[in-house]
Write a protein that binds this ligand. Structure first.
Ligand SMILES: C[S@@+](CC[C@H](N)C(=O)[O-])C[C@H]1O[C@@H](n2cnc3c(N)ncnc32)[C@H](O)[C@@H]1O
Length: 254
């Protein structure tokens, strides 16, 4: 197993499950009934977790890597696309003149206020760098990835947010907690087994996937049947196939 992530594995103390339930009971969600949440928590509880504090592990953030890729491409007219942009926290920090974004939330600051599927179905443009941070569900992220690959220039980059869930609550889909990665990690397993693509996950900012499209001759490895029903427990085992990179090292290597 890749020690870059394995070394962060830890175990909750015995009474942790009761503490989680207590926490949910004291702050009931307006969207899901408490009994339903408690059922989900009990059925999916896993006492192992990944002990990473994203803000103390590195000061580097998603935009640092995206900007490093843009600089490395060393090209005039870089075309940047962000899927899921919300209030432009990341988008505004991207150093490139030609950039567009897509987000269906009417409150978002997106260039196109629509879903990624709708955008890609009409898009004719090619991009050099794409950041996928839209709906954090496996099959949607898989679709976004395929669509992004098909409109990415050769040697272009795709970045992905939230490829490292740290515990079963962050991973559980549909969302029951604020800090949510969802199960997009499944795409990191598929990309690690795909050919013709250089793929790794940088240990920064909730797990930043980074893909370089080395050639137009790639083969995406669909694992839908074996991955769709899996959860956090399985992530802790399956991630041995993923190449994780230390953030500062990855940044130096640009
Ligand atoms: C985590 S936020 C994005 C944050 C932003 N990338 C940043 O770093 O500042 C996720 C966004 O994805 C959007 N989203 C949800 N479903 C989507 C879809 N089908 N297509 C595109 N965006 C979607 C949400 O509306 C939300 O604003």
């Amino acid at each position: 197993m890749d020690s870059k992530i394995n070394k962060f594995y830890s175990q909750h103390e015995d009474e942790y499950l009761e503490k989680i339930i207590e926490n949910f009971s004291s702050q009931p969600s307006p969207k899901i009934k408490l009994e339903e949440i408690i059922k989900i928590v009990k059925e999916n509880y896993h006492n192992k977790y990944i002990k990473i504090n994203w803000t103390s592990i590195t000061h580097l953030r998603k935009w640092d890597f995206i900007n490093a890729a843009i600089k490395k491409l060393n090209k005039k007219n870089i075309e940047y696309l962000e899927i899921g942009v919300f209030r432009n926290e990341n988008f505004d920090l991207i150093n490139c003149e030609s950039k567009i974004s897509v987000d269906p939330d009417p409150e978002s600051k997106a260039t196109f206020k629509t879903t990624s599927d709708e955008f890609f179905s009409k898009n004719k443009k090619k991009f050099d760098v794409i950041f996928i941070d839209g709906l954090h569900e496996y099959l949607q992220c898989q679709k976004d990835t395929i669509n992004a690959l098909n409109c990415l220039n050769e040697n272009g980059y795709i970045f992905f947010h939230d490829f490292v869930p740290r515990n079963f609550l962050e991973e559980y889909n549909p969302r029951i907690v604020n800090l949510w990665t969802g199960d997009v990690w499944k795409v990191s397993i598929e990309l690690s087994q795909s050919s013709g693509l250089d793929f790794s996950v940088i240990l920064a900012d909730c797990g930043l996937g980074m893909l370089i499209k080395n050639s137009n001759n790639f083969n995406y490895k669909y694992l839908n049947d074996s991955l769709k029903d899996l959860g956090f427990k399985e992530f802790l085992n399956l991630n041995k196939t993923v190449c994780y990179k230390d953030a500062d090292e990855a940044y130096k290597n640009f």
